[in-house]
Ligand binder design. Structure first.
Ligand code: FES
Length: 141
């Protein structure tokens, strides 16, 4: 059992912004090929490109749930281009750290959010960069 920070445990027990958005402006899904964990992010974006609502559904480990919760909080109120700059390292730091064998879980969060933003950009004919699937070698239980 890896050692989790108090903040990870707190977000795991009481995740923020869980759920789904009706007719979202963008949807992004990502799965880890090894553990099978899945995460879907939904966003609402206003005319200035600000993320006004974020929800997600996560089928995953405790770290993945805490990560989705933290990513949702960090993304809320940010411009889409700012939200795209969120890194898994930043998310892990905000959570007070993640055990090394759980870092891949934070990758899921930033990737799913980025794909939701890309989906929004695609619908609006804006250029975007494809988000790669999480790498298998990053995974370790
Ligand atoms: Fe697969 Fe955490 S996301 S073990």
């Amino acid at each position: 059992m890896p050692m989790y920070s108090d903040k990870v445990m707190e977000h795991f027990r009481n995740p923020r912004n869980v759920g789904e958005i009706d007719s979202p402006d963008g949807t992004g899904n990502v799965g880890n090929p090894v553990c099978g964990d899945q995460m879907t992010f939904y966003i609402k974006v206003d005319e200035d490109g600000i993320i006004r609502d974020v929800k997600y559904k996560t089928f995953g480990c405790g770290a993945a749930i805490a990560v989705s919760s933290m990513v949702s909080e960090l993304a809320l109120g940010k411009h889409i281009d700012e939200a795209l700059k969120l890194t898994k390292k930043q998310v892990a730091e905000e959570l007070g750290g993640l055990p090394p064998n759980k870092m891949h879980c934070s990758n899921l969060g930033t990737a799913a959010l980025a794909r939701a933003i890309n989906d929004y950009k695609k619908k609006h004919g804006m250029p975007y960069e494809e988000i790669e699937d999480p790498e298998e070698e990053e995974h370790g239980h």
